[in-house]
Ligand binder design. Sequence first.
Ligand SMILES: *Cc1c(COP(=O)(O)O)cnc(C)c1O
Length: 362
Amino acid sequence: MTPIYNFSAGPAVLPKEVLEQAAAEMLDWHGSGMSVMEMSHRGPEFISIYQAAERDLRELLAVPANYKILFMQGGGLAQNAIVPLNLAGRKAQPATIDFVHTGSWSGKSIKEAAKYATVNVAASAQADGFSAVPPQEGWKLSADAAYLHICSNETIDGVEYPFAPELAGDTPVVADMSSHILSRVIDVSKYGVIFGGAQKNIGPAGLTLAIVRDDLLGTSLPACPSAFDWKIVAEHESMYNTPPTYSIYIAGLVFQWLKRQGGVAAMEQRNIEKAALLYAALDADDFYVTKVAKEYRSRMNVPFFLRDESRNAEFLAGAKQRGLLQLKGHKSVGGLRASIYNAMPLEGVQALVDYLNAFAGR
Ligand SMILES: *Cc1c(COP(=O)(O)O)cnc(C)c1O
């Protein structure tokens, strides 16, 4: 059988080894006689799973001791409300929040935050069709913002920050890293908050990570739901309410897999290699079209177009025949998209490149 390669943007491909381990442990986790799904979140078995996941993630991202790692629910979209509900209280009401608008996801964050605060779009790449990150020199930041929000990898538009913003004052930077967390080395200390839904580059849907600096706990607005108040979640070690236990277990297996792969730095090298291979095939001639400026191209999500868009259906059908799945572009931008997360092996990208070349008649 030809191997299948899944290029979905999310929920997305998981490491085969992880799925095999989960299958082997499905009915009886480590001799407990229970599936992880059946365990109390307060029992010793699950607590050990949770603690290992927390410890491994902390190690993989070198999360400093003054940051809490929260395992929440609600996805990236819920964090669009949870972040302002937790941080707008840092300033007199109504607080101002700065945003950089680089694509669909930061656009959604702006819209949601406007329910809780005054929004200042410090820079926008909309007029350029979201083909770059506006250079930081041109950002029109507020004097007294509660925080600055960026989406460091725009999953739909394929735009990725090659830098971490450096702000002069004490304004914390909040980054939505849903689709590239753990794909590259980051300096956590440059951010006040990092959040991301798990279903892109970590594990199954249902789990949302928030990594929050200690001094940003305890500034929530009175209307903030208790289950979404980072301080309360942190005080209860993510067990104020029932956390998504099975998703945490799978994420934990992915963290162990990442450690076996050599950690995030080794993963980043592989991701650079995979992205270079794919973009080179798209750039080889003008058969395919990409819109993002080279410096800002995402290593994780690669949107592209056929110059002759009438052949999209034919392209997708041929891809499917070769076992190359879920290459349709997001409905809001059309075209095609290949998401090549950590769990996509180089062979999968090579198989896609072979098909791109064949389809282009090269
Ligand atoms: C997928 C995604 C989201 C939304 O995640 P949900 O889990 O569907 O809420 C938010 N931000 C980014 C960058 C994403 O890729």
